[in-house]
Write a protein that binds this ligand. Structure first.
Ligand code: ZN
Length: 271
């Protein structure tokens, strides 16, 4: 059963404490770069740069996957340059993702693009840094602490979720920037939805769900929302994207649909 509730007009700030399910949010298209942006976060945190890129409307898909090999390196450099200029930041970081729970803190990053760390999550309190994860069905998990000006982004497929990448991201925010879990907003971004993501019993087992005898669809964002709640994030601080990489026609790349290209989930604070 879906626990997410339909989108409503109220803002994140005035939600009732009685709400017991995460709010569903339909991200809107940005004009400067093909990206789906959380509208409530954009209003609440004007200093924030956040979104998930799409394939765009150009002749070439807006692929940003550094390690997937679908685009020539010079075209990738151009698109990353476009993303940075559109978001008006001078530095970006993307890890070599391994479906693990390693989360890095970036505190003194120089200008340019940084692609060297092996990790699945990034945290920073430094303004002017764009943290990014590549995805194409997996969940881009966005964390923002408005009072501290701290942000994080995590790459969570089922393996990463089972390995605890979300909990690790929250722990690293606390350890490195003294951000309390209760002060963190969590957004589970565009990814494969609970109707489209059929997986084997081993995935249910790894995610500590009741194990079906045969393959069945699983809602990874719902599981991540519950894990966030269990870690101490208030339910009213959690939102879930309505966009699916397979079924909502949102112009997203899908690994399961055979796409080799990748979108990125990005977050940062303007300098
Ligand atoms: Zn779907």
């Amino acid at each position: 059963m879906r626990r997410v509730r339909p989108s409503s007009h109220h803002t994140l700030g005035d939600m009732s404490a009685e709400e017991d399910t995460a709010e569903v949010v339909r991200e809107t298209l940005d004009e400067r770069v093909p990206a789906l942006v959380h509208p409530g976060w954009a209003v609440r945190m004007p200093w924030l740069v956040q979104g998930t890129t799409t394939r765009g409307s150009g002749k070439e898909p807006f692929d940003l996957g550094r390690f997937a090999g679908a685009s020539a390196p010079d075209r990738l450099d151009e698109r990353w340059g476009h993303l940075l200029s559109a978001t008006r930041v001078e530095r970006a970081v993307l890890g070599r993702q391994v479906h693990g729970a390693e989360v890095r803190v970036h505190s003194d990053l120089g200008p340019g693009l940084h692609f060297d760390d092996v990790c699945d999550g990034h945290v920073t309190g430094q303004a002017g840094v764009l943290l990014a994860v590549t995805v194409a069905d997996c969940v881009p998990v966005f964390l923002a602490a408005p009072d501290a000006g701290a942000v994080a982004v995590l790459h969570a497929g089922w393996r990463g979720a089972a390995a605890g990448v979300l909990e690790r991201g929250l722990a690293v925010l606390k350890e490195s920037l003294e951000v309390s879990v209760g002060d963190v907003l969590v957004h589970l971004g565009p990814s494969i939805c609970g109707a489209c993501y059929e997986v084997g019993p081993e995935v249910f087992e790894a995610l500590e769900q009741s194990v079906p005898p045969t393959p069945l669809a699983i809602d990874l964002r719902d599981i991540l929302a519950r894990r966030a709640e269990r870690a101490g994030v208030p339910t009213s601080a959690i939102t879930v994207s309505t966009h699916c990489t397979r079924c909502t026609g949102s112009g997203l790349f899908s690994h399961r649909a055979g796409d080799r290209e990748r979108q990125v989930g990005f977050i940062g604070a303007r300098s």
